[in-house]
Design a protein around this ligand. Structure first.
Ligand code: FAD
Length: 467
């Protein structure tokens, strides 16, 4: 009997059957397919690890009816993948490209190592509308301004049509002899559940491809129409909630785009597509500036006199600043691993400007607690809010949390959901409980807006030598 050597598909942030170019190409070889994931240590990204655990479970469950399954290995990919290739005699490896600096470096090294081993590695696009190096100025430089970037992207067109899921997959059987240590698919999920921090995440999310499709359909059926008008109001179900599904590759932007443009023309479509464009733009910024999450893109901010304030940082993290909108957002994040975009901006601005704490502290906290954490969107948005980034709001433009609260949560419905101790206040009082004499159990503001504003502006003037 002739045994055909298998091909390996290495799944990373692409847990889906449909529009998965690496999987489709592997199936088309006609060789038996081995689906694997390699668990390394994403230390610090706690909520993201919970999602990963559930994503592994749901993807494995999706492969079962096709008579297959997902094999999970433990350890650094640079060691594990060549060992799996050697032990299985695989004839080729397929993966979808990732664009974070460490991932790119690992993939480049692995491609070279596998080639030396005589096994080609084939990589494919899928996670973005446009790969990060494709949209360039006429001078061949990366764009620094979103408007110009998005105009160029739209002119280029978003041509890649999404692929259907393979109808059949001939799976390889795995002989454990000689293989690196495997992990049981449910192990990460269980490890996370054991931390006792996952109850809110479990309530809020169902990771997986089917849930991603459902979220998309719900969004297209209703909120898309008024998206441009309503997206800044955190109490309204106005945004898609697709960010973690996109982050983990349960769905692709090409699938979302195709489904959205097929709708009877919705008023919110252009704005929604532009938000997907921001996601692409963030990856192109990270591609050009690999230390986006750790280095001020405007180097003059290296001399900024950030404050060391562990108590302030802790109050912000736990939603106890005394500013209801900020606290509601930070508690939503802690409970569900997600926060509404408008409130992310207000909460981030509060940390950086009102507390004058280095934006990198906030970036790290979001990386730890967001289920949709990615180094591109997180790094770019933090630098945008802090005024340290490429196309950033100037540092001196401070968001007033009280004005933001009255404008975007006028009835206080969002605050009531996440800060229940304030639920009894009137629609007017709820934005500033201190004006109503305070509420037992809820902190007084940890900084006074006007004083914090003066302090931030003084630090900014000192930075510019204008003190
Ligand atoms: P929708 O409004 O439905 O938008 C559709 C999609 O467009 C989103 O799913 C997302 O993929 C993309 N998108 C929307 N806004 C942005 C934006 N400002 N930047 C980049 N992409 C965007 N988003 C992340 O996915 N991961 C992060 O780690 C992240 N960190 C952030 C940190 C800060 C300080 C701020 C201000 C924003 C951050 N964002 C991040 C962007 C944004 O808040 C989320 O993408 C959005 O809230 C997700 O909700 P949604 O899917 O309902 O968005």
């Amino acid at each position: 009997m002739i045994v055909t050597a298998p091909v390996i598909v290495w799944f990373r942030h692409d847990f889906r059957l449909a529009d998965n170019a690496a999987l489709t190409a592997a199936v088309e070889t006609g060789a038996p397919v081995l689906c694997i994931h390699i668990l390394d240590d994403a230390a610090g990204q706690v909520a993201a690890r919970w999602w990963l655990g559930r994503a592994l479970e749901s993807f494995d469950a999706a492969l079962r009816p096709l008579d297959g399954g997902l094999h999970v290995f433990h350890g650094p990919a640079i060691r594990v993948l060549p060992a799996v290739v050697a032990a299985t005699g695989a004839q080729a490896v397929f993966w979808n490209r990732r664009y974070d600096p460490e991932g790119r470096e690992t993939d480049t090294r692995l491609k070279a190592m596998l080639k030396e081993q005589g096994t080609p590695a084939h990589s494919f696009a899928g996670a973005l509308l446009h790969e990060p190096w494709t949209i360039r100025t006429r001078m061949g430089q990366p764009y620094h301004v979103f408007g110009a970037y998005w105009r160029a992207a739209c002119q280029m067109g978003h041509e890649r049509p999404p692929l259907p899921a393979p109808e059949r997959i001939a799976f390889a059987t795995l002989d454990p002899a000689g293989l690196p240590p495997t992990a049981e698919v449910g192990a990460v999920g269980r490890e996370m559940r054991a931390t006792g921090w996952t109850e809110g995440l479990e309530e809020a999310w169902t990771p997986g491809e089917a849930a991603a499709r459902e979220a998309l359909e719900q969004f297209l059926d209703g909120p898309l129409e008024d998206y441009a008008r309503d997206r800044d109001f955190p109490a309204r179900p106005a945004t898609s909630g697709l960010s973690p599904f996109l982050c983990w590759g349960h769905i692709t932007p090409a699938q979302i785009r195709q489904a959205a443009v097929a709708q009877p023309r919705a008023a919110g479509l252009a704005k929604f597509m532009a938000e997907l464009g921001w996601r692409d733009f963030a990856w192109s910024v990270l591609f050009a500036c690999p230390d986006l999450a750790s280095r001020n893109l405007r180097p003059e901010f290296d001399a900024m006199a950030w404050r060391r304030d562990p108590d302030g940082l802790r109050a912000w993290q736990r939603g106890r600043t005394g500013y209801p909108l900020v606290d509601a957002g930070m508690r939503q994040l802690w409970r569900t691993g997600w926060m509404h975009n408008r409130v992310r901006m207000v909460a981030a601005s509060f940390l950086v400007k009102h507390l004058l704490i280095d934006w990198r502290e906030g970036e790290r906290w979001f990386a730890r607690t967001l289920v949709d954490y990615d180094p591109a969107s997180n790094g770019m948005n933090w630098q945008w809010v802090a005024g340290t980034g490429v196309e950033a709001a100037p540092f001196f433009r401070m968001m007033n949390p009280l004005i933001q609260s009255r404008k975007f949560d006028p009835s206080g419905a969002y605050i009531r959901t996440w800060v229940p101790e304030l639920a009894g206040l009137s629609d007017t009082q709820i934005h500033a409980p201190w004006l109503a004499g305070g509420v037992a159990g809820y902190p007084a503001p940890i900084v006074v807006h006007e004083a914090a504003r003066e302090r931030a502006l003084a630090a900014w003037r000192a930075l510019r030598g204008q003190a």
